[in-house]
Design a protein around this ligand. Structure first.
Ligand SMILES: Nc1ncnc2c1ncn2[C@@H]1O[C@H](COP(=O)(O)OP(=O)(O)OP(=O)(O)O)[C@@H](O)[C@H]1O
Ligand SMILES: [Mg+2]
Length: 269
């Protein structure tokens, strides 16, 4: 996805790239399918809604040359620069684009806290909030039978109201379609010392214990995560939810804080 924004507009524009080099094995049609899946699924307040547009014209002068070059490089099929209406005004026309609410990517939100200094109470609170809410977001998605696929911090954003929301749908799967596995025991020294993945991995295989090295490189982050969400690193957590969903048990997810929800208070008799 190629993503850009306008400073004056609280949304981002997302254009599907023309090429996906390995190991990403996907295509424009597959990505559109994932975005449609999300559109039609219960987003439980944890997946950004998208609007889809085609043939969108912007005044050419609103674009940096750098951005035009970027689109030309990664999504040439999606770009046309012309005076479409013949009125002397050159436009950048994007063939297909999603728009979605702009958030602060969680990696940036965390980085701000690291930069401000981990001893600062405000930084500590920021990390605590981001990491706790990140895990809560994943657990709400799990309740709705969604496995986010790519769980890196950069694929989640924090809204103006402090809510953590997922927005990268390229690798999303139903929990019930995934195969959650434990990393097998190495059978010999060669396997044990191997820097490569030595066991065979199927397309829907997921190894929850391998999330940690990608997510928890920072000690402050690791500390909060392990206190609240260590279960996400355990295959049995995911398998238990798979069983629950297959048995037809549906969890209610309330997208608003309890104090923001309407409630019916009957007068006391
Ligand atoms: N709603 C949003 N608000 C703010 N930033 C966003 C939003 N959506 C995407 N981004 C930014 O654009 C980047 C790429 O978007 P996205 O994750 O959807 O595409 P991608 O194809 O997975 O790219 P990448 O491989 O970089 O993750 C994100 O990592 C984030 O920095
Ligand atoms: Mg991404």
């Amino acid at each position: 996805m190629l993503v850009f924004d306008l400073p004056s507009f609280p949304y981002v524009f997302k254009v599907i790239k023309d090429f996906y080099p390995p190991p990403k094995d996907t295509s424009r049609e597959q990505i559109k399918g994932k975005y449609l899946l999300v559109k039609q699924h219960d987003r439980v307040g944890r997946m950004a809604d998208t609007q889809e547009y085609s043939e969108v014209g912007f005044p050419r002068e609103r674009f940096d040359d750098e951005l035009i070059a970027e689109i030309q490089k990664f999504a040439p099929s999606q770009l046309e620069i012309s005076d479409r209406d013949g009125d002397g005004k050159v436009e950048v026309i994007i063939k297909h684009v999603y728009i979605e609410r702009r958030m602060i990517p969680l990696n940036i939100y965390l980085q701000e806290a690291f930069d401000a200094g981990l001893e600062e109470p405000e930084s500590k609170a920021q990390i605590e909030r981001a990491v706790t809410e990140y895990g809560n977001a994943i657990k709400d998605l799990v309740a709705a039978n969604i496995f986010p696929g790519d769980m890196l911090w950069k694929n989640f954003g924090i809204t103006r109201h402090g809510k953590v929301v997922f927005y990268d749908y390229d690798e999303i799967e139903y929990i019930t379609d995934c195969n959650f596995r434990r990393v097998p025991q190495p059978r010999n020294e060669e396997e044990e010392m191997s820097g490569e993945v030595w066991y065979s991995v199927g397309p829907k295989d997921v190894f929850p214990e391998t999330f940690a090295p990608f997510l928890l490189g920072n000690n402050a982050v690791r500390d909060v995560f392990m206190r609240h969400h260590a279960d996400l690193l355990d295959a049995s957590f995911w398998e238990a939810h798979q069983d629950r969903i297959r048995e037809g048990h549906v969890y209610d997810v309330f997208p608003y804080d309890p104090e923001r929800r309407f409630s019916l208070k009957l007068p006391e008799a």
